[in-house]
Design a protein around this ligand. Structure first.
Ligand SMILES: C[S@@+](CC[C@H](N)C(=O)[O-])C[C@H]1O[C@@H](n2cnc3c(N)ncnc32)[C@H](O)[C@@H]1O
Length: 352
């Protein structure tokens, strides 16, 4: 009998590549036009691809705004341009949208992306302007038929460590929507007093540990330890809350980090001041019968919007407004975790 010749089984060399974890390594996600399959895969897992933003409550917004061809609209918060594009589609090539954003880097990219998709200056004007200057643009156009404001920050901004919005990745403690203007959160902490910081944390984020945190942060600064990175701030928060029982520590630290970063972001971007100004100017920017939809992401914003719309309704400026907030569906929240805290409010300008 012939001897069987056996080729020794060779184990395949293990593939060493791993899914990129760092923002800059996610090169496929950062080129969505080129790597469509990767983008679809990331979204299907309930995540937002790096460098992208998934627009929230698009159907609810479009249902309410009831955009008709020929109308003139204003998107106060361009971001990735998802809502802008959805509204442009409703115009069917007839009408015009003005959009503002204060972020020079992202708005430039969005401008190019929308131009490449056929939405140029003939139908869309993108302005690097704060939305609280809505009155200036409304003067040019004779008001707007529809207005959208999707407040806060975009996923591209949150996910980019160089912007300092996230306590989950190390980066400079910046938190400015426009890094070319104003002062960073680190610079703000350089000179803030303990009392002012405690007030800021309480007023902007209802932070229950505002006193303890303000003391810990300002003590650290006094010792000459500048808090100029996201990690340093997170570590001070962790140390301050170390006294908590083990079973609640992790969750409370996470929530405290979220609230502290939010409070600083609101402060360095003067978010309440500009929203207040926008709400004041809103009635005069809307044409008779014009509609406005506003998405908010925390209780301070929602309270401000609610009070302004209610007061406008009582004064006869709005013929109708949202008594209750509209929330994203459970399905949308499951698909996009960042939608979970969204509240939508709306109003209709009186015809008088
Ligand atoms: C939640 S994102 C908008 C996302 C957008 N709706 C989309 O579909 O891609 C909010 C955007 O508003 C911008 N923004 C925040 N406050 C602003 C302000 N006062 N004036 C102009 N833009 C502002 C931010 O820079 C960010 O790009």
């Amino acid at each position: 009998m012939e001897k069987e010749t056996q080729t020794p089984h060779k184990r395949r060399v293990r593939y060493k590549g791993k899914y990129p974890k760092k923002f800059e390594e996610k090169y496929k996600e950062l080129q969505p036009e080129k790597y469509k399959d990767t983008i679809e895969h990331v979204i299907s897992k309930g995540n937002t691809p790096a460098g992208m933003h998934i627009s929230i409550m698009v159907n609810e917004i479009l249902d309410f705004l009831d955009i008709q061809p020929g109308q003139i609209g204003f998107d106060a918060t361009l971001g990735y341009g998802g809502h802008t594009k959805a509204m442009l589609e409703k115009l069917q090539g007839n009408g015009y949208i003005y959009a503002t954003d204060v972020d020079p880097v992202e708005s430039q990219k969005t401008k190019k992306r929308l131009e490449d998709q056929g939405y140029g200056e003939d139908i869309l004007s993108i302005r690097l302007q704060n939305f609280c200057t809505i009155d200036e643009i409304a003067k040019e156009t004779g008001g707007f038929d529809f207005i959208l404001a999707d407040l806060g920050v975009s996923s591209m901004q949150i996910d980019n460590p160089k912007r300092g919005f996230s306590f989950k990745v190390d980066g400079p403690l910046d938190l400015r929507l426009n890094q070319e203007k104003g002062i960073s959160a680190a610079e703000r902490l350089d000179t803030i007093s303990r009392e002012e910081l405690a007030g800021m944390l309480y007023e902007n984020s209802d932070e229950p540990y505002c006193e303890e945190l303000a003391k810990a942060i300002t003590d650290e600064m006094r010792k000459g330890n500048r808090i100029d990175t996201t990690t340093k701030l997170r570590e001070v928060i962790e140390k301050t809350l170390d006294f908590l029982p083990e079973k609640e520590k992790k969750d409370t630290i996470k929530k405290t980090c979220q609230r502290t970063f939010q409070a600083l972001r609101i402060d360095v971007n003067r978010e309440f001041e500009v929203l207040y100004e926008f709400m004041e100017k809103l009635p005069n920017a809307l044409r008779p019968g014009g509609r406005v939809a506003i998405l908010t992401f925390h209780s301070g914003e929602d309270k401000l919007v609610k009070q302004a719309l209610k007061a406008g309704y009582k004064a006869g400026i709005y013929s109708d407004y949202a008594r209750d907030v509209i929330r994203p569906t459970a399905q949308e929240c499951a698909q996009n975790g960042r939608a979970r805290s969204t509240k939508m409010r709306w109003a209709v300008r009186s015809k008088m």
